[in-house]
Design a protein. Sequence first.
Length: 171
Amino acid sequence: MTGLVLDAVLMLLLVAALGYGVRLDKRLRQLREGQLAFASAVTELNQAAGRAEAALASLRAAGHETDLLHDRIVKARELKAELEGLTARTPAPVLPSLQGEGRSRGEPGEAVPSEPRLAAPALVEPAARPSLPMRGRENPSAVLQALAANHAAQQSLNRARASLDADLFAA
């Protein structure tokens, strides 16, 4: 009989060990799942850190480009102010009106074609232009000089603009 009691106790201990083993297996599965979740979280964190580093590098490069662009803008403003000063100091030639004078040469009934009116683009504001007496064709050399001066001023402005463009868009 003692053998039977010992067998029953041994069976109860085996059932208890089996129950404890099942419980331990469930906890180990949960621990493994948690470990896998933690590993995936670490992987995502690594990827996020890599993206942050790339964004920082991009931001630094953009900051450097911004500094360069700011320097170019400051230089462009200085050149613009210089050009405005140059154009303000350049006198605009006042050309005599040639329209209507062509008819005074012929006979009263004869139609003589008038010469085209020459127009110079304004380099300065009209109030800043010096007033010259308006004469007919008495001084054609003054008209030619004015046209030459206007052409030279335009070439100077074109060179300055080209230089400014080269400075602004230099890589």
